[in-house]
Design a protein around this ligand. Structure first.
Ligand code: PMP
Length: 392
């Protein structure tokens, strides 16, 4: 049965309550939106829609205030200890955000002979922009060396000791991911600072962590946090780059010189309010409990292989660090077929290579990813497990 808090909570998601026969298990691709977010977008567009930063009349002023307030809301959500020294730049999502950091900041900051360290098997969005910056600089005759941020083992967690060996006096930048979008691992980002030293800017792809667990920039000690609003209950086409005291050039002028997605920003502010009220720590505990239930169940089904964190259940094991998603393969059914079969039973999952860098040309046909949020239930996991059992 649903927990007492869960029924009213599920009822806050109109698309979920409209389809009791379906289980939405694809929140890592994009999240469903609570009514408060939908209402905030509607209210903004029907009461004060105007352009930001240039008006002398109340709707324009309200829009300017909304954008400014939402910037502050982002710093607060990230537990920024020094918001006055930070910048928040709104984007359409993580892909655009990482590309903005690469083109409009990194490519103007690096000089000939500099080195950068970036992950080679995380999301493509966290590799392509850094290679693009390298190519942009090469066209100007500047040589940048790109080094691969190593994994520790098959678990999809980084290896800080190996990283330390890659870092030298010319290392100018490190890109990392907070929670891996295929392996579900919390990448222990706080260990990376010690490996690179205090001076190297660290840019964090937080697409799978914002909205799923508490994120504190003070604790993580990173310089950029890039995320997608749409993966954190906000509308599609929203996201932000948070930066701690940008070193060197600021991003391309865009603030008041271009029209921001103000309706999306209204929805993003409402989403951050909703998440803070629900409690990122509660979301983390709940989704970790559900993914543990799923991995435990899958470990009893020999037809399936779980990717990434699949070691023993001891307290120190990587399983403890798995967050809100589980990715697996069936030994005989292709991931696409499994996806179709699962939907015929009402389960919406992601199946392919999940945009993992280097994976598209791999030998496998991909995998099935189940990703969760606070509206998901143990009953959904048990029903999924029983369907998967019947498909063995
Ligand atoms: N990085 C990671 C870790 C992701 O999971 C995703 C989305 N799958 C992205 C980047 C790209 O996000 P978006 O599509 O919102 O730009």
């Amino acid at each position: 049965a649903l927990r007492s808090w869960q029924r009213p909570l599920r009822e806050q998601f109109p698309i979920i309550t409209a389809h009791p026969e379906l289980a939405y298990l694809d929140s890592a691709a994009t999240t469903q939106k609570p009514r408060a977010v939908l209402d905030a977008v509607h209210t903004y567009l029907t009461t004060s829609n105007a352009n930001a930063g240039r008006g002398t009349y109340p709707w324009a002023n309200a829009t300017t205030a909304l954008v400014t307030r939402t910037r502050d809301r982002v710093t607060e959500f990230l537990h920024d200890p020094a918001p006055d020294r930070s910048t928040v730049h709104f984007t359409g999502g993580t892909t655009e955000g990482l590309r903005t950091v690469a083109r409009d900041w990194l490519a103007t900051w690096l000089t000939d002979g500099d080195e950068i360290v970036v992950p080679f098997a995380d999301h493509q969005a966290n590799l392509a922009p850094w290679l693009e910056a390298q190519a942009l600089l090469a066209a100007r005759g500047l040589r940048i060396e790109v080094r691969a941020l190593p994994y520790q083992d098959g678990s999809g967690d980084y290896d800080p000791a190996a990283l330390a060996a890659l870092v030298g006096p010319r290392t100018r930048f490190l890109a990392a991911t907070h929670v891996h979008h295929v392996y579900g691992a919390d990448m222990n980002v706080h260990r990376l600072r010690a490996a690179v030293g205090p001076e190297v800017p660290i840019c964090l792809d937080a697409a799978q962590s914002i909205g799923h667990l508490p994120v504190s920039v003070a604790d993580l000690d990173v310089d950029f946090v890039v995320f997608s609003g749409h993966k954190a209950l906000a509308p599609p086409g929203t996201g932000a780059i948070w930066s701690r005291g940008l070193r060197g050039p600021a991003f391309r002028p865009g603030g008041w010189q271009g029209t921001p997605n103000t309706a999306g920003i209204a929805g993003l502010a409402a989403a951050l309010d909703w998440l803070d009220a629900a409690g990122p720590d509660r979301i983390e505990r709940w989704t970790v409990a559900l993914t543990t239930r799923l991995t435990d169940g899958l470990s009893r089904l020999p037809a399936y292989e779980v990717l990434g964190c699949r070691a023993s259940l001891s307290a120190a094991s990587p399983v403890q660090r798995r967050r809100s998603l589980v990715t697996f393969r069936h030994h005989a059914i292709s991931s696409q077929d499994l996806g179709f079969i699962l939907y015929s039973h009402g389960f919406m999952v992601r199946c392919d290579h999940h945009c993992q860098a280097g994976a598209a040309t791999g030998a496998t046909d991909g995998s099935v990813r189940v990703s969760l949020h606070l509206h998901n239930t143990p009953e959904e996991i048990d029903a999924l497990l029983s369907t998967l059992t019947n498909l063995q």
